[in-house]
Design a protein around this ligand. Sequence first.
Ligand code: NAP
Ligand code: ZN
Ligand code: ZN
Length: 351
Amino acid sequence: MTYDRIHVPAWAAPASGAPLARTTIERRALGADDVLIAIEYAGICHSDIHTVRGDWGPQPFPVVPGHEIVGVVAEVGSAVTSHRVGDRVGVGCLVDSCRECVNCERGDEQFCLNGSVGTYAATDRDGTTTQGGYSTHVVVDAHFVMRVPEGIDPAAAAPLLCAGITTYSPLKRWGAGPGKRVAVVGLGGLGHMAVKIAHAMGADVTVLSQSLKKQEDALRLGADHYYATSDPATFDRLSGEFDLVINTVSASLDANAYLRLLAVDGAIVNVGAPPRPFSVAPMSLIYGRHTLAGSMIGGMAETQEMLDFCAEHGIGADIEVIAADAVNEAYERVLASDVRYRFVIDAATIG
Ligand code: NAP
Ligand code: ZN
Ligand code: ZN
């Protein structure tokens, strides 16, 4: 059975910086390759906030954010063989790409040479603007729909679709594992996933947080060590200590101070995406043969691999489930670094 376009409730930012409010949006008719998902949970990523607050430039308002989506398949198109009605599935930051360019072929759909399509505030292949997961239903091409393994609580699985893959991908690429000293800067949504995943990979994990407030939590999440960056002695004490630093901070940091923490051949991978650039002294890179790198989410195969890894290791996000009408308050708490450690909207409260 297929259907025509449907109208579904959602929460949208009507304009840059304006509070989110309930609205109705249209989802496209189910195509042959599409999956209709009845959304159960949608995580709140700091990128949602950057987007609707205008940190990343003008946006096609109204914007329905949300790219950490978990739900149940309600309908599949005639050509879909990978998912069945009733399956628990997830959608992350991407809903389309060309599937033909060299980057797509390699499994790096996020770097599609013909332009990957973001889950919200992007131009879809039919020319409409994509709308994200703070909604009850979404229609997505099956290639961009992941299997959520049994054994991960569906609400705790939602943040894996962005925070999970964004940290898993660089941890794996830069060899987090036994004998590697990994520092995670910022213990928010991404940071707490980085701690759990790096610990599960066998690395020695240090959290660098602004204050000592999250110390107990960090150790419970799997960190071996914890330091407050507000203490200037931290930077002297930890000079040259790390093989890999994953920077998840949503604001600009003093890159030179963190480069000093690297051992010879160490790398900082920046996944935080603050609007302002940071400056780097060449000597911070030259001395110690340091690498300053970045990483953006992950491809579809790697996202599935991450979900399977998390299921195998019993990893979900630490979440606070909220009703949709608490979203604006939740944004304020994220901005105040007061999230423990991901807000997830219960989609049953959206309708
Ligand atoms: P989040 O939950 O708000 O966590 C960010 C953490 O950074 C905060 O909890 C806080 O940790 C620390 N922090 C915040 N402001 C700070 C400041 N002024 N100085 C020092 N530390 C500060 O955000 P998130 O959802 O994890 O996202 C983090 C960043 O990653 C955002 O910029 C987001 O857009 C970006 N992102 C990138 C990708 C990618 O593909 N590269 C994907 C998703 C998100 P402490 O309290 O521990 O200090
Ligand atoms: Zn995100
Ligand atoms: Zn492509």
